[in-house]
Design a protein around this ligand. Structure first.
Ligand SMILES: Cc1cc2nc3c(=O)[nH]c(=O)nc-3n(C[C@H](O)[C@H](O)[C@H](O)COP(=O)(O)OP(=O)(O)OC[C@H]3O[C@@H](n4cnc5c(N)ncnc54)[C@H](O)[C@@H]3O)c2cc1C
Length: 460
């Protein structure tokens, strides 16, 4: 029996995609930069089916790429060539929300937007949000430890994990979905899986910890002269506005690109830099926001307290990814730098990029409150790594991190050893070896792959 036939027997022919046309959407990443043909794409409908798939692949030494919504930006969720793609989209059930605990059990394939809607209906907030919400899955968000626009207040995805159910590399199923607030009996496997990018297990369900809803909202778009002025505003927001939920930034060339893409005029005075801050509380937080703006002597902020107005401002920030994608295939580097060095970093990035690949175009934006910068470079060929190396070198020089929220993926795996010290990487390798000794789960992602997993070629 071929591997393909054995897998089709588990999920049914409809959900075992071998035809190149049917496989195609699962084989190329959102940016268009990464991807290769898969051996087969399978779409299991239950954790038991996932376990059976993994058992068959383990027996065969066939490499697996877990995939959620395929919105990841570091190439970790698409094949590198010949792997079995396990797409979790059908595991999208959402249980009833336990309002007393503020928790809900959600299938790994449910979209972030669906989780948000379920939490909202129960008077809660999922506490995690980002632009790809309608397609990105909860499993993918946990696997990447996604951050987004509310991490400043509510933490990254891992802060919301009260438990997981996951299939390990031998096909065994670990289930910790009881949602016990206190449960320290042994190692915290759910925490280990958060941020593991599909290399330690396939997450099939998540026990999600929501946060209280904060329906009274006000946003401000503030034009600023420099990163130093932005840091000063962030400090004032922290001091005067405990309701601060998001603090984002973008630069004027990014705004220009977005305005052209969205065919709209600028709603704000043009300046070198912009901060978009949002406060959220149960009672109107406008006075807190105003106090922070006053403390910085800011008089020309655009303030919106109605939904349409706020969404209009947010489209400027969230529209960056799409506008950049429409302009070409970008190199995307999601990095973190200490706030004190942000000004230096923002000034130097375009220079090091230009030196690495003359004529390349740099667009910078990100989550100011987390010191998280998205460096987007248009121009270099997808497989030309020179700009990536130049930017990551600068990040390390600034004492920052090579991955803040998108993950390491394949895009930055070869940088892990530069970014973490030897003992740290050795411990990570030991964990990987213990949980996936044959290296079948997402080989080449996160850890640079010393010995690629055995090919997926043989018959069962
Ligand atoms: C427009 C846009 C805006 C974005 N904004 C943000 C942002 O603000 N913050 C942020 O953090 N990210 C952002 N992202 C990146 C991306 O949306 C997130 O990384 C998201 O969490 C990926 O989820 P996914 O379901 O699409 O995962 P995929 O892309 O399918 O997979 C991502 C990684 O997770 C693994 N994986 C997926 N599902 C599972 C599972 N069930 N079990 C084990 N491993 C799994 C894959 O193997 C891969 O390594 C953005 C992306 C886009 C396109």
């Amino acid at each position: 029996v071929s591997l393909e036939r054995a897998l089709a027997a588990v999920v049914g022919d409809r959900h075992a995609l071998v035809d190149p046309g049917l496989r195609a959407p699962y084989e190329r990443d959102w940016t268009g930069r990464f991807g290769a043909p898969a051996r087969i794409v399978v779409r299991p409908g239950s954790a038991a089916e996932v376990a059976e798939i993994v058992r068959i692949c383990a027996q065969e030494g066939a490499a697996i790429v877990p995939q959620g919504g395929n919105t990841g930006l570091v190439g970790g969720g698409v094949p590198r060539g010949g792997e079995v793609v396990v797409s979790l989209g059908r595991l999208d059930a959402i249980g009833s929300v336990d309002a007393a605990l503020g928790q809900v059990t959600v299938g790994a394939g449910a979209t972030l937007a669906a989780l948000q809607a379920a939490c909202r209906a129960a008077g809660l907030d999922a506490g995690l949000d980002f632009g790809a919400r309608d397609t990105a899955t909860v499993g993918g968000a946990v696997a990447c430890d996604a951050g987004g626009v509310k991490a400043l207040r509510h933490g990254t995805a891992r802060a919301h994990v009260a438990g997981v159910e996951a299939v390990l590399a031998d096909g065994s199923v670990v289930s910790r979905l009881a949602g016990l607030v206190k449960d320290n009996a042994g190692y915290d496997l759910p925490a280990l899986l958060a941020g593991s990018e599909g290399t330690l297990g396939i997450i099939t369900a998540v026990r999600w910890r929501a946060v209280p809803a904060a329906p009274a909202r006000v946003a401000a778009l503030v034009p600023l002269a420099s990163a130093e002025a932005a840091a000063e505003l962030l400090a004032a927001l922290r001091a005067h506005a405990p309701s601060l939920e998001s603090c984002e930034f973008f630069l004027d060339d990014g705004l220009e690109l977005v305005l052209r893409h969205q065919r709209r005029p600028a709603p704000v005075r043009r300046a070198p830099m912009y901060v978009l801050a949002e406060c959220a509380a149960t009672a109107d937080p406008t006075a807190e926001l105003a106090a922070a703006l006053d403390a910085c002597g800011i008089e020309d902020a655009v303030v919106a307290d109605d939904t349409a107005g706020r969404e209009g401002l947010w489209r400027l920030r969230e529209g960056h990814t799409e506008a950049i994608g429409a302009a070409g295939i970008p190199h995307k580097l999601d990095v973190g730098v200490p706030l004190a060095r942000l000004g230096r970093f923002l000034a130097e990035v375009p220079r090091v990029v230009e030196r690495a690949v003359p004529g390349a175009r740099t667009i910078l934006f990100g989550h100011l409150g987390d010191g998280n910068v998205h460096v987007n470079v248009l121009g270099p060929e997808p497989d030309d790594e020179r700009v990536d190396d130049a930017v990551l070198e600068l990040v390390c020089d600034c004492g920052g991190t090579i991955s803040a929220e998108h993950g390491v993926g394949v895009a930055k795996a070869r940088w892990l050893e530069r970014a973490r010290d030897a003992a740290d990487v050795a411990a990570m390798r030991a964990v990987k070896r213990a949980l996936d000794p044959a290296g079948i789960l997402n080989p080449g992602v996160l850890l640079p792959n010393p010995a690629p997993a055995a090919g997926a070629g043989a018959d069962l």
